[in-house]
Design a protein around this ligand. Sequence first.
Ligand code: ZN
Length: 117
Amino acid sequence: MSNQSVKTAEVAGRLRELRQMRRLSGTALLELMARNGVPISRVTLSHIETGRRALLNVDEVAAFAKALNVRVEWLINGEGVVCQTCQDVPPPGFVCLDCHRTAAEDDIELVTVNVED
Ligand SMILES: [Zn+2]
């Protein structure tokens, strides 16, 4: 399973949208990726979010999902969203009353910055 890959085009839109909804800077996401054991460069993140890179491996997708606190299935195909109230993505600083998800970890700087700078 670990040598499977995922088409970036299917993931990039949700990934970018979700990062913006979470108000995660590119830097903060890169830090989370590194913490999840899949360090990637800023350029790589940019290429992924813009779909310039064609394929992601499952480890990268899993690390993105973990960093953004969503299911891998949702990142890949938009399925598996549990909560209809917040779509599994409560606004930053809020806890969803239905699923009790929180937006992001406390130690993440909640600043929106373009990946490209
Ligand atoms: Zn919810």
